[in-house]
Design a protein around this ligand. Structure first.
Ligand SMILES: NC(=O)c1ccc[n+]([C@@H]2O[C@H](COP(=O)([O-])OP(=O)(O)OC[C@H]3O[C@@H](n4cnc5c(N)ncnc54)[C@H](O)[C@@H]3O)[C@@H](O)[C@H]2O)c1
Length: 416
């Protein structure tokens, strides 16, 4: 069985490490964050999709470290480090370059290296390959190189690594064959494309598709707000069409590590080719505007009740970026809380998945407690475990940005 190296033990890397360990592979796992390395070594999971019991079952096959040296023993190494944006919203390949350089220092002949991090087309060939070749080994000849992005959807159990088709593209056909043999251990369906660039762009297309469609329905929500039409009713009606329509719901904006970030990797790259990717920019603009629109809805709801935002006690319900998980990266709730506090609101929050918001020095309080003294309850993320009917009945005033109170039958609710 193979020895598989994993660089970056986050939302992508840890589930991959566990999946390969379940397939009887030995895992050499590397992360620069010693807390993650210690947690993995202790069999303590910090990723909701990886239950601690499951990690413990396979932890004997996972050797975690902050050091790269042992990666030389692996037959394959998967790079799963973050690909964020800089402050100027340009690709920040810093972690990927740092990881690649460190890997180059221990690269061994015949190894397969796969980039899993989402990035712009050309990264694997133009940025990763030359750095690895500083080892003196040639890509496609002395070692194999491929790109295959993860499609994990945190919190989802119906589609997993095993039954979600995995797209991969190799530098050469031998590289792609090696990648197919590796991923065949943990994935039922592999989709081979002709190059790393096609695989890199396929991943971006998936995320841009979501971003653009979310922006489209959000723009309609801005319009229906002025026209006095219920956007949820419109979306539900349109979604009854059995073909040619895919449902996207409006909301307070996009969050997570992918949708608010990845599309801009392509728009940045496109500028090198004298092309401005208008859909991507426009979708980003609309989605980034949504938290401001949501705060203006809060203002209006309080105004109609004879109150101002200043001094109002606002209970924010759900602060992670999507239901059922505790990830707050780029969550629109953070922007909304910032804007409300700037206007003098007293903000508390309830989120069963997010015990603390360190940046705001806030801790999640029990639902009944936050509702009891709130002037307004603001539903930002509708976790399935939260009783939204109770919120509708108990809160003095509700602003619902996600629609779970639609069928509550309670009148005093303002919706997006
Ligand atoms: N989270 C998702 O749902 C998802 C889905 C598909 C693709 N992706 C992509 O996968 C990549 C990783 O995302 P993630 O959500 O797992 O990120 P993450 O932040 O959860 O995990 C990345 C890990 O890499 C570690 N790291 C950073 N620099 C390192 C280095 N030089 N050497 C070793 N470790 C290093 C970090 O400490 C962290 O633990 C990104 O490119 C992301 O766009 C994420």
């Amino acid at each position: 069985m193979a020895t598989v190296g994993i660089i970056g033990l986050g939302y992508v890397g840890l589930p991959l490490a566990v999946a390969f360990a379940q397939a009887d592979c030995e895992i050499i796992a590397v992360d620069t964050d010693p807390r993650k390395v210690e947690a993995v070594a202790a069999g303590e999971s910090y990723i909701e999709d990886v239950p601690t019991e499951l990690l413990r079952e396979v932890s004997g096959r996972i050797a975690a470290s902050t050091r790269y040296a042992r990666l030389a023993e692996a037959q394959a190494v998967l790079i799963c480090v973050p690909t964020p944006l800089t402050h100027n919203r340009e690709p920040d390949l810093g972690p990927l370059i740092e990881a690649t350089r460190a890997l180059a220092a221990v690269l061994a002949p015949e190894q397969l290296i796969v980039v899993e991090s989402t990035t712009y087309p050309g990264t694997t060939r133009e940025r990763v390959a030359p750095l690895l070749e500083e080892s003196g080994l040639a890509a496609g000849r002395d070692f194999h190189l491929a790109f295959s992005s993860e499609r994990v959807d945190p919190g989802r159990s119906d589609f997993t690594l095993r039954n979600t088709p995995k797209v991969l593209g190799g530098l050469t056909s031998a590289c792609a064959e090696r990648a197919e043999a590796l991923y065949g251990l943990v994935c039922e369906h592999l989709v081979r494309v002709s190059s790393p660039e096609a695989a890199e762009l396929a991943k971006l297309l998936e995320n841009i598709f979501r971003s653009v469609n979310i922006a489209l329905v959000n723009e309609l929500a801005l319009l229906t707000d002025r026209m006095g039409i219920d956007i949820w009713e419109v979306v539900e009606a349109a979604a009854t069409k059995p073909y040619g329509f895919m449902r996207f719901d409006p909301g307070p904006g996009m969050g997570g590590h992918c949708l608010p970030v990845d599309p801009f990797y392509l728009s940045w790259r496109a500028r090198e080719f004298d092309l401005s990717t208008e859909f991507i920019e426009l979708a980003g603009k609309v989605n980034q505007w949504m938290p401001y629109h949501c705060v203006s809805k809060v203002q209006r709801a309080l105004n109609d009740a004879g109150r101002s935002v200043k001094g109002a006690r606002i209970a924010v319900l759900g602060v992670s970026y999507k239901p059922g998980i505790g990830d707050v990266r780029e969550s629109p709730a953070l922007k909304i809380i910032t804007l409300l506090k700037e206007q003098g609101a007293e903000v508390r929050y309830h989120d069963p998945h997010v015990p603390t918001l360190v940046d705001f020095a806030l801790q999640s309080a029990p639902l009944e407690e936050v509702l009891a003294d709130a002037d307004l309850a603001l539903i930002v993320t509708a976790h399935p475990s939260v009783d939204h009917d109770l919120i509708a009945r108990r809160a003095r005033l509700v602003v619902d940005l996600r629609g779970p109170t639609r069928r509550s039958g309670v009148a005093n609710i303002v919706r997006l």
